[in-house]
Design a protein around this ligand. Structure first.
Ligand SMILES: Nc1nc2c(c(=O)[nH]1)N[C@H]1C(S)=C(S)[C@@H](COP(=O)(O)OP(=O)(O)OC[C@H]3O[C@@H](n4cnc5c(=O)[nH]c(N)nc54)[C@H](O)[C@@H]3O)O[C@H]1N2
Ligand SMILES: Nc1nc2c(c(=O)[nH]1)N[C@H]1C(S)=C(S)[C@@H](COP(=O)(O)OP(=O)(O)OC[C@H]3O[C@@H](n4cnc5c(=O)[nH]c(N)nc54)[C@H](O)[C@@H]3O)O[C@H]1N2
Ligand code: SF4
Ligand SMILES: [Mo]
Length: 813
């Protein structure tokens, strides 16, 4: 068998190709031949495969971190041995280098990792035990096609689910996002699948903001060069948008130009603050809407609201614009002043006891927000990844609305940043014949009680209710089967029972916790090992394209996703195969899609020229993106996509949903962006037993779980639980002590980081650490994966993942 990876240097190119890509396939799979039009990757490689001299191959880091970085992979003897990043141009802001962060720079450790998956495997133990046996590609593909046919015949296409997965959002041909992947394309060729709406990233805000604005847009971060003030609610680009192509660079550069003051509102003193902030206001998780209400009270009482803006562009601020169907005093101003339903004035004192922010700070902040024009007020997605996240997201948007900061340069809508992108033509996935969808978070429910799930209770869309439970799961480049989905111990019980979901196919690079639940586990090539053209992700006002070349040949029996899916298609029938491939190879698809891009955007370089350049950049010709600019200029000619065409502070549609959906007593949906505390909150009844609020932040050590197995990153950024010295001393915990963090759902063990960088009563740790527990024993998770502690209960409106709303206790071990 090929052991190319361990070969000493000096081996010839010919030998490598023979012993890996083609040889391995022939040995294992016998009669499987490469499908029409698909060349083995090794043979398609031009400059990459060389002898002992270095060749430098353009690649990219394609994980879902919100940035996207160019890599220059130094290859010798068919191995990547050194990684550089973008070194082109003069590196001037606006045409700057797109430099990788610590993770991208360590990519060779992921590519060459001794634990990479090398062969197709089938499960031999129980799901989750991680016991597998090597099989041939032939057997793997036949089994998948056979199970898929059987499932569709017996239960119908609605029983086939493609799980949320974001391992490769930075691919085009290889893209893993379920609505855009080759897996979806295959299923759409074969009768369709149960799809989902929303993402784990933005379920609540993406659902809620359109009720206010018709969409969820924000100004480009680069536009902060026109701002006087930056207010960040739970937004931490220094960790979540790390690269030179990412937002953290724009924030710093833009602030250098405008000298805008920056106020960071976050329970943690983040890396984004880290000495660059003017003020840090620690806030209790889940209470931002209460802070906004207290600020609004001051703005209204001190006449700092932009009344002409509210009158002209908004619905429901006061009596004048309250929609006809709304109750008397159902408007926002009445709610703030205590003349609404609850009769409570939302004074700074009221807001202070909820948020933990001192009264005088609230008053000062309100005056500052009311007088600094323009102000860039934004939120990250931490505040919305909560039980009451929908309400929070809309509430934060109230600050720019009240102060008329929407639709102007230097202002913002209250959402997160938007970005400029160059034309991209995505791999077409075709139309899904199945019109039913569930929220991305409710798939475990769809396994256990699918046919009981309804539209008005569980958020099923496209139908009154589901007809069948999920019986078949595709999981390509995702770890949300276990690690990234909530309540791992419960998910384990659901998945381990293979009479419920009968088939799970996982396509991966590593034996992740999700991979352990596969029935068939397939070893994929990484994106840096195949050809693709990809655009930037969030990158301010400079868009770019990166042309990725395969850095090495395909080692062992790893295969590209296009080949894998083509082979499954072939087994589903010649017509399916033809529809899926349209007779094109991966390279031919790339040329085809790029030709379409050039037809739309003739300024783009030619295919071969782009290949030679590696990275192509272009600055936004319109300067900075300004959300709702046209609406601001001329609201009649450019109405918003809301029913009224205006900013809906009071949403009639939400009032209808609130009245008609079946909700738990502590689930709040409201036509106004009111504060409602939600489950597992600071004032929840269980707080006596579980005194600490806990959330998992997106950590620089990893992108979710990806790169989580890289030793140098683990050493540089340790997995630890943040605890305020007051909470630590109450529990006799010193910095570095090992502690147990637990609630009724599970327990993790981890080192304590005792630090005033987190407020008292609140605790946090980096999310995405690899779950590690004896699941047939004590289930104690020594990997400290946040999702050992999180709940399956969805948020009220979006039915999204409230993964930051948790109550726990911590004890010294
Ligand atoms: N508690 C808690 N849970 C969370 C969150 C949180 O804040 N708190 N955040 C949520 C959010 S926002 C998201 S987006 C999700 C992310 O959850 P996922 O989308 O599951 O993201 P990753 O954990 O990075 O998993 C991606 C997987 O893709 C694999 N992969 C990477 N490259 C390739 C490739 O080239 N080929 C193949 N086949 N596989 C590849 C990686 O090995 C990894 O196992 O997690 C969610 N879960
Ligand atoms: N390094 C790295 N970068 C990433 C990722 C990663 O895993 N690692 N993941 C990427 C993905 S897919 C996504 S979706 C984004 C996620 O981006 P976000 O969702 O914005 O990231 P989080 O860290 O969950 O939350 C941002 C901040 O919100 C704070 N916070 C939590 N709860 C509250 C609250 O109730 N109120 C306030 N005011 N603040 C709160 C947290 O302390 C944190 O500093 O990041 C992307 N970037
Ligand atoms: S993890 Fe994100 S910021 Fe880091 S190199 Fe990859 S794409 Fe760039
Ligand atoms: Mo995300």
């Amino acid at each position: 068998m090929s052991t190319t990876q361990q070969q000493p240097g000096g081996i010839s190119r010919r030998t490598l190709i023979k012993s890996s890509a083609i040889g391995g396939l022939a040995l294992a799979a016998g009669s499987v031949s490469l499908p029409f039009g698909i060349r083995p990757v090794a043979a398609a490689v031009g400059d990459a495969v060389s002898g002992s001299e270095d060749s430098i191959v353009w690649g990219a880091c394609s994980v879902n971190c919100g940035s996207r970085c160019a890599l220059r992979l130094h290859v010798r003897n068919d191995e990547v041995w050194r990684v550089e990043t973008d070194n082109t141009g003069e590196d001037i802001y606006g045409n700057h280098q797109v430099r990788a962060c610590l993770r991208g720079r360590s990519i060779r450790r992921r590519m060459n990792h001794p634990e990479r998956l090398n062969y197709p495997m089938k499960r031999v133990g129980k799901r989750g035990e991680g016991k597998f046996e090597r099989i041939s590609w032939q057997e793997a593909l036949d089994t998948i096609a056979g199970q898929l046919k059987k499932t569709v015949e017996q239960y119908g296409n609605e029983s086939v689910y493609i799980n949320y997965s974001s391992g490769i959002v930075g691919g085009n041909i290889t893209r893993s996002s379920p609505y855009a992947s080759l897996v979806a394309r295959l299923m759409n060729c074969y009768g369709g699948f149960l799809s989902h709406y929303g993402t784990y990233s933005t379920a609540q805000i993406s659902c809620a903001m359109p009720y206010t604005y018709g969409s969820n847009d924000g100004n480009s971060t680069s536009d902060i060069e026109n701002s006087k003030l930056v207010v960040m609610f739970g937004n931490n680009p220094a960790e979540t948008r790390m690269s030179g192509g990412g937002i953290t660079y724009y924030l710093e550069q833009a602030r250098e130009r405008s000298n805008a003051r920056m106020i960071v509102i976050d329970p943690r003193y983040t890396d984004t603050a880290a000495g660059r902030e003017d003020e840090w206001l620690p806030i209790r998780p889940g209470t931002d809407a209460a802070l906004v209400a207290g600020l609004a009270w001051v703005l209204i009482n001190e006449d700092l609201v932009d009344q002409p803006f509210l009158d002209k562009y908004c619905v429901g601020y006061d009596e004048k614009t309250l929609p006809a169907g709304a109750p008397a005093n159902g408007h926002y101003k009445a709610w703030i002043l205590g003349q609404g339903d609850d009769g409570i004035a939302k004074t700074p004192q009221w807001a202070s006891q909820i948020t933990g922010i001192p009264v005088d700070k609230i008053i000062t902040l309100a005056r500052e927000i009311g007088s600094a024009k323009p102000a860039y007020i934004c939120q990250g997605w931490g505040p919305q990844r909560q039980a009451n996240g929908e309400q929070t997201a809309r509430a934060i948007a109230m600050l720019p609305i009240l102060t008329g900061n929407v639709g102007i340069h230097g202002g913002n809508s209250g959402a997160r940043e938007s970005t400029y992108t160059i034309t991209i033509e995505r791999m077409p996935v075709l139309e899904n014949p199945v019109k039913t969808s569930i929220s991305c978070f409710s798939w475990t429910d769809a396994i256990t009680r699918g046919p009981e799930m309804t539209a008005i209770r569980d958020g099923v869309r496209g139908k009154e209710k589901l007809d069948v439970p999920i019986k078949f799961i595709w999981n390509y480049a995702g770890n949300t089967l276990i690690n990234q989905h909530s309540d791992i111990n419960r998910t384990h019980d659901i998945l381990q029972d293979d009479s419920q979901c009968e088939t799970i196919v996982v396509i991966e690079n590593f034996m992740t916790s999700s991979a352990k639940y596969a029935d068939i586990l397939l070893p994929d090539l990484m994106t840096v090992e195949q050809e693709d053209i990809i655009p930037n992700d969030y990158a301010g006002n400079m868009g770019y394209l990166i042309f990725i070349q395969p850095a090495t040949t395909a080692k062992f029996e790893r295969r590209p996703i296009y080949w894998i899916m083509s082979e499954v298609a072939k087994r589903l029938g010649p017509d399916i195969h033809q529809r899926f491939t349209e007779g094109r190879s991966q390279r031919q698809w790339l040329e085809h899609l790029y030709a379409k891009m050039r037809a739309r955007d003739p300024e783009l370089p030619e295919f071969e020229a782009l290949r030679a350049m590696g990275i192509y950049k272009r600055r936004d010709p319109n300067g900075h993106f300004v959300a709702y600019r046209d609406f601001r200029r001329d609201p009649d000619a450019h109405p918003l996509k809301t029913p009224s065409g205006k900013i809906e502070i009071y949403s009639q549609r939400l009032a209808e949903i609130a009245a008609s959906w079946e909700l738990a007593p502590d689930d709040v949906i409201s036509p106004l962006p009111v504060y409602a505390s939600g489950f597992e909150s600071w004032d929840a009844p269980q707080r006596g037993r579980w005194p600490l609020q806990m959330f998992g932040f997106h950590y620089k050590a990893r992108t979710h779980s990806t790169y989580g197995n890289i030793d140098v990153l683990q050493a540089a950024c340790r997995q630890e639980v943040w605890l305020n010295p007051i909470d630590a001393s109450k529990r006799g915990i010193a910095n570095g002590d090992r502690v147990r963090v637990f609630n009724e759902r599970g327990e993790v063990r981890v080192a304590a980081k005792v630090t005033p960088r987190i407020m008292p009563g609140v605790t946090a740790m980096g999310q995405g650490a690899w779950h590690q527990a004896d699941m047939s024993g004590d289930r104690i998770d020594t990997g400290a994966c946040m999702n050992t502690l999180t709940t399956h209960r969805p948020s009220p409106l979006a039915k999204g993942n409230p993964q930051h709303s948790n109550l726990v206790e911590i004890e010294k071990i």
